[in-house]
Design a protein around this ligand. Sequence first.
Ligand code: APR
Ligand code: PHB
Length: 397
Amino acid sequence: MPPNRTQVAIVGAGPAGLLLGQLLLKAGIDAVILERQSGEYVLGRIRAGVLEQVTADLLDEIGVGARMHAEGLVHHGFEMLYGGTRHRIDLHGLTGGKTVMVYGQTEVTRDLMEARAASGAPTVYEAKDVALHGFDGTTPRLSYTLNGMRHELACDFIAGCDGFHGVCRASVPRSALTEYEKVYPFGWLGLLADTPPVNHELIYVNHPRGFALCSQRSLTRSRYYLQVPLTDKVEQWSDEAFWDELRARLDDAGRAALVTGPSLEKSIAPLRSFVCEPLRFGRLFLAGDAGHIVPPTGAKGLNLAATDVKYLAEAFIAHYKQRKDAALDAYSHRCLRRIWRAERFSWWFTSLMHRFAEDDAIVARLKDAELDYLMHSESGLRTVAENYVGLPLDFGE
Ligand code: APR
Ligand code: PHB
């Protein structure tokens, strides 16, 4: 029988929920995770793959960083391609030695799942129809259906780590929250293939035909993206058509180096900027995609989720170990400050690198001029680099 009482009930076993679970476990705080899907389903989702230093440090802190260090690729920079020319952003040189780790979110999730399974901490997969009760009082609880039977889980706090479409934010009365949202008028068609990456570093491409991104999962596995109209269906895109379009958006060196092959996965993702304010409602705390979404251009989604749960774990630890609630009270404000800065960068970088149908000729030229300025100015390069590697955990007052 699954437990019917815990200290922190976590809804969602994506990276946010699993990371929080491990941080609490390490601190000796009891938590149960309820996940709607099966473990295999969660691992089947292909997501982004760039970890900031603070995220990599967090994985180390909870003892799940070994495979990341063995298999992940430390990147010291990335390239921007526009007007047919590549420009390198030297992340390491521009940020006083910071780097990013290229390691798939799917792999992060797998490592976290294995660590949790090994610890014996309870995760209830395929928990259907999760419902939240009493989080505005002192005795919150969750109810859910498992194998056709309804169960209850009483707790001190609920952590809503159930993603954008989850039940936690949806359970808050509309009058208690404000949602800020922008849906972009295009999507990203992603393709994963067991081919060597076209370049040793990522290439972000601004091209008159639309944005493209050349990313990677390893030295033998590539991940590419194309900006496509939202009306496109993935079935319309054969592998051949994808490779042809990618070639058309690359430079000569890229076209020459590109190795194509059959796709392992192909999907279209919409792009959205979204923030919910606040992130706390009584004894319910939202973290990760449940509280905010960034378009993937800045690779910030997983990293923001990681810093949310770091702040949240610190707050729970202060509550249980020191009987102090100041950090719980400050959680929403503290997270939102960092979230808005990442939202700003992701929105700006997305706007700069994509073609919008409504852009008239002057906007296209202005974006070219902005790129030209940025790539030829030490301050311009630095502002891109310091946002890309991730802002510090705390900015001071
Ligand atoms: N009940 C239980 N679980 C739920 C429910 C529900 N009603 N609704 C959603 N979930 C689960 C989903 O099945 C998923 O496994 O919550 C999990 C949320 O995981 P993610 O969507 O991965 O969100 P998060 O953990 O916040 O991760 C943030 O992952 O999705 C990317 O772009 C995102 O990079 C970001 C990072
Ligand atoms: C990815 O590898 O999937 C990826 C990398 C960088 C991004 C977005 C996605 O900005």
